[in-house]
Design a protein around this ligand. Structure first.
Ligand code: NAD
Ligand code: ZN
Length: 261
């Protein structure tokens, strides 16, 4: 995108943000690709390397082979505490610090919004958080740091330190329900928002993709920042087809300018 075009769109987005009272930001894997975490659907994304059928909860529960495979894939890819927030996460956290952000609703499991400075209770994680591991038998929840060293030492299928039960990363696998309370509260806040910004999501994974629909149906303005087209583009007041880091930095610079910060 030409700089001139980006600046004009960022200015329109900044105007909308300055005028809003309840801003909700909704993010997908695309906000984290600039932090080195691949998304699922882009060229080079995770679905080109792995079969989604291997990631179901049924397979995880029933087959040690599948558990071994999933832990290995997770260890190689998403199971990292090394990734750092990028300019887009930082821009969103700045909106929070300026008092302009109600909450973040995210499909991501990478914890990067919190790392950038959005408080835990303002981040609604629809698909869980990779920084935790859950025991399916006794319910104990471990920080990833308690388990990761065992994987790094070569343990293929870690078990619960407490009860020897089955451990699972605390993320929503295919075939699993989304966490009910989180989904309810996120939906409520989407409906109560007056401005809703989508960053880095194809908006095709449901029920997460209902969130922008709830917002727009309830009268909120919509801004979409995404490299590729989404099914909601024609309902948006502003569509910025650029990298999230660059786009959100420009948008937040515009907000600061307008608020005299
Ligand atoms: P997706 O892979 O379906 O879509 C990502 C979207 O982001 C694409 O439309 C792509 O064009 C866009 N994109 C990629 N890089 C971008 C950039 N730098 N700037 C702007 N846009 C960019 O992702 P999804 O819709 O979020 O759904 C996939 C599911 O996979 C999610 O529900 C999530 O739970 C999970 N996931 C999470 C992570 C993570 O936590 N970082 C990573 C991969 C997948
Ligand atoms: Zn246990």
């Amino acid at each position: 995108m030409e700089n001139r075009d980006l600046n004009a769109l960022a200015a329109r987005a900044a105007d909308l943000i300055v005028g809003s009272q309840k801003l909700v930001v909704f993010t997908g894997a695309g906000i984290s690709t600039e932090s080195g975490i691949p998304d699922f659907r882009s060229p080079g994304g995770i679905w080109e390397r792995f079969d989604p059928d291997d990631f179901t909860i049924d397979k995880f529960r029933s087959s040690p082979d599948s558990r071994r495979k999933q832990w290995r894939i997770l260890k190689e890819g998403l199971l990292t505490d090394k990734a750092a927030p990028n300019a887009a996460h930082i821009a969103v956290a700045e909106l929070y610090r300026m008092g302009k952000l109600d909450c973040v609703i995210t499909q991501n499991i990478d914890n990067l919004h919190q790392k950038a400075g959005v408080p835990d209770d303002r981040v609604f994680e629809l698909h869980g958080n990779m920084q935790f591991v859950l025991c399916l038998d006794c319910g104990r929840r471990y920080p990833l740091g308690d388990i990761k060293p065992r994987l790094d030492r070569g343990e293929e299928i870690p078990d619960c330190l407490e009860c020897r039960g089955m451990l699972k990363p605390d993320i929503v696998m295919f075939g699993e329900q989304l966490p009910y309370d989180v989904l309810q509260e996120a939906g409520r806040r989407a409906m109560a928002s007056d401005l809703f910004i989508v960053i880095g999501s194809t908006l095709v994974v449901y029920p997460a993709a209902f969130m922008p629909l709830y917002a727009v149906e309830a009268g909120a303005g919509l801004i979409i920042v995404n490299l590729s087209a989404t099914p909601m583009d024609d309902r948006a007041a502003v569509v910025i087809r650029a990298k999230a880091g660059e786009a959100m930095s420009a948008v937040v610079a515009g907000v600061k300018e307008r608020l005299g910060r």
